[in-house]
Design a protein around this ligand. Structure first.
Ligand SMILES: Cc1cc2nc3c(=O)[nH]c(=O)nc-3n(C[C@H](O)[C@H](O)[C@H](O)COP(=O)(O)OP(=O)(O)OC[C@H]3O[C@@H](n4cnc5c(N)ncnc54)[C@H](O)[C@@H]3O)c2cc1C
Ligand code: FES
Length: 257
């Protein structure tokens, strides 16, 4: 894990409120694994100077670049979105337990909104292609699906307002795919409700599901306990895990909801 001053090399606006930034951070790009995140601080601009966690959307070790796909939701992300190309931010990373890369059967990736970010880095590094199940409130929350299709992934879309794909939650197309008793390994990133639903389905079908938890974080390095999650140890006892360093990726059976 290193703490570096990273220059913004590029800014690519997506749908309303979402964008992808390219950062020059060679030491972090060289180490980054799918599922890990960076802890980013918008220096000088932000009064609180707190860092914010963002999944690594992609990394190019040869070019020394990192990619972050984010949504503007509050103070920190508003300040980040106001920075021009050439500005710098402080970046600590890579942090956390990555996704395992040895799927049994077909990889099923499940995400929504910015939850698709770690899934793209994962898709690029898995040994085989599979299906991306992507959900959102509306069509504007369905991001970057063309990249997955071009890379040979099947894409199943669901929107709650029915503006794109199957109407309803992302679990609607997922349930259809699981109904045939397929051998699959699930990987998901999104809000707790979605992760819980994906985990329940994996357990019911006897499959593994790797869930990337989205918890509010402060230190990002295991010191403050702001991000704890109740988990079940291998011996059946319960404990508190720090999502920043013991996760953010947990297998569904480890999590006590
Ligand atoms: C491991 C991890 C990976 C993440 N990856 C991404 C990513 O790839 N792209 C992305 O856009 N966001 C990601 N997030 C969420 C991101 O960290 C928050 O959106 C960000 O910290 C909000 O900062 P802010 O100052 O703009 O918002 P604040 O002003 O702090 O809060 C604004 C609103 O956002 C909510 N919020 C704050 N933090 C979170 C959070 N962690 N999860 C959900 N809601 C939150 C607050 O409750 C509030 O309603 C990730 C979070 C974690 C823990
Ligand atoms: S954010 Fe401080 S321990 Fe996880």
């Amino acid at each position: 894990m290193t703490d570096v001053e990273a220059t913004i090399l590029d800014i690519r606006p997506l749908a309303q409120g979402y964008q992808v930034i390219t950062l020059r951070a060679p030491a972090i790009a060289a180490e980054a694994r799918p599922g890990q995140f960076i802890h980013l601080q918008v220096a000088n601009l932000e009064p609180t100077r707190l860092r914010r966690p963002f999944s690594i959307y992609d990394a190019d070790p040869a070019a020394g670049t990192l990619f972050v796909l984010y949504k503007v939701v509050g103070l920190g992300t508003r300040h980040l979105a106001a920075l021009p190309i050439g500005a710098t931010v402080r970046v600590l990373g890579p942090i956390g337990r990555p996704f395992p890369l040895d799927p049994v059967g077909e990889p099923f990736l499940v995400g929504g909104g910015y939850g698709v970010a770690p899934l793209w880095f994962l898709a690029r590094n898995l040994p085989r292609r599979g299906t991306l199940f992507v959900g959102g409130r509306t069509a504007a929350d369905i991001l970057e699906t063309e990249r997955f299709r071009e890379a040979g992934w099947r894409v199943e879309v669901a929107t709650q307002d029915g503006t794109l794909g199957t109407p309803g939650l992302v679990t609607v197309p997922l349930d259809l795919a699981l109904a045939g008793g397929v051998r699959a390994e699930l990987y998901a990133c999104g809000p707790d409700g979605m992760l819980h639903a994906v985990g329940e389905r994996a357990i019911a079908h006897g499959l593994r599901a790797w869930l990337s938890l989205d918890k509010h974080m402060v230190c990002g390095v295991g010191a403050c306990l702001a991000c704890v999650q109740k988990v079940r140890r291998a011996d059946g006892s319960e404990a508190l895990a720090r999502v920043c360093v013991d996760g953010p990726v947990f297998e569904a059976r480890e999590i006590v909801w």
